[in-house]
Design a protein around this ligand. Structure first.
Ligand SMILES: NC(=O)c1ccc[n+]([C@@H]2O[C@H](COP(=O)([O-])OP(=O)(O)OC[C@H]3O[C@@H](n4cnc5c(N)ncnc54)[C@H](OP(=O)(O)O)[C@@H]3O)[C@@H](O)[C@H]2O)c1
Length: 239
């Protein structure tokens, strides 16, 4: 897909990987609708990136907020070419110390949020497929924690393993509607993730610009060429 003038929705656009992907997509000529809870951060990003970045306040866990956000985008832009389900978080800790709230916020953001945003975008993409023969592209940002379990990240593991299953199902379900689905599994990235997760993070993480460049590469492939899964890791995670 040539990203020039394409309509791209990025969830979790106020920080980290979502912010960098939004910057790089705007640089490619896309109209980027950035969703997150912190509207003040989104407005600051619009000040930097210009009017090709459209701030949309939305908690992806909230069904009516998600439906309203996608209705506003389709009303304004008339289409959705790409959805990047990036909003997500970890809350790490021993299983016997993890609170129910910590478990639920991960399931609700990393899984329910992806379901709600996907469900809101797919009808528009199916209609685009009927009109032009190509529906769009959904990219789910999972994690290497969606492939490998480790101590003290059980809830995060469960949510990202779940996202892997959801993505594989979607990929097979939506391909005949001309909709590509890609699931991305990065290792540690230098963002604000570790602050939220309550971990020290990796001493030698990947840069969000490098992960974002790979996502752009995945999006820019020919219509009949689907990269369905990508795993990225720092070469030397301990430096
Ligand atoms: N950093 C890593 O090491 C790493 C590795 C593998 C995968 N990932 C994945 O990468 C994705 C992006 O994380 P990041 O590393 O960029 O972390 P980050 O800097 O903490 O950014 C997380 C983003 O998610 C948004 N968000 C969180 N809860 C939300 C909600 N309920 N509704 C809407 N937006 C919400 C936040 O915005 P608001 O707070 O403004 O809502 C923020 O923009 C996540 O899915 C994460 O699991 C990260």
């Amino acid at each position: 897909m040539d990203l020039q003038d394409k309509v791209v929705v990025v969830t979790g656009a106020s920080s980290g990987l979502g912010l960098i992907m939004s910057q790089m997509l705007v640089d490619e000529g896309a109209q980027v609708y950035g969703l997150a809870r912190r509207l003040n951060r989104l407005n600051e990003i619009q000040d930097d990136l210009g009017t090709a970045f459209h701030p949309i306040p939305c908690d992806v866990r909230n069904e009516s907020e998600v439906n309203d956000a996608f209705a506003a985008i389709t009303n304004e832009a008339g289409r959705i070419d790409v959805l990047i389900n990036n909003a997500g978080l970890g809350q790490f800790g021993a299983v016997d110390e993890l609170t129910l709230d910590e478990w639920e916020v991960q399931m609700e953001t990393n899984l329910r949020g992806v379901f709600l945003c996907t469900r809101a975008a797919v009808p528009t993409m199916k209609q685009q497929n009927q009109e032009s023969g190509f529906g769009g592209h959904i990219v789910n940002i999972a994690s290497i924690a969606g492939l490998i379990g480790n101590p003290k990240i059980g809830a995060y593991n469960a949510s990202k393993f779940g996202l892997r299953g959801f993505s594989e199902s979607l990929m097979k379900e939506l391909r005949d509607d001309g909709i590509k689905v890609t699931c991305v599994y990065p290792g540690s990235i230098e963002t604000h993730f570790a602050d939220v997760a309550g971990s020290s993070g990796s001493p030698n993480p990947m840069q969000p610009e490098d992960v974002s460049a790979t996502v752009l590469h995945v999006l820019e492939g020919p219509d009949n060429y689907l990269i369905s899964e990508v795993v990225m890791r720092p070469l030397r995670p301990r430096g």
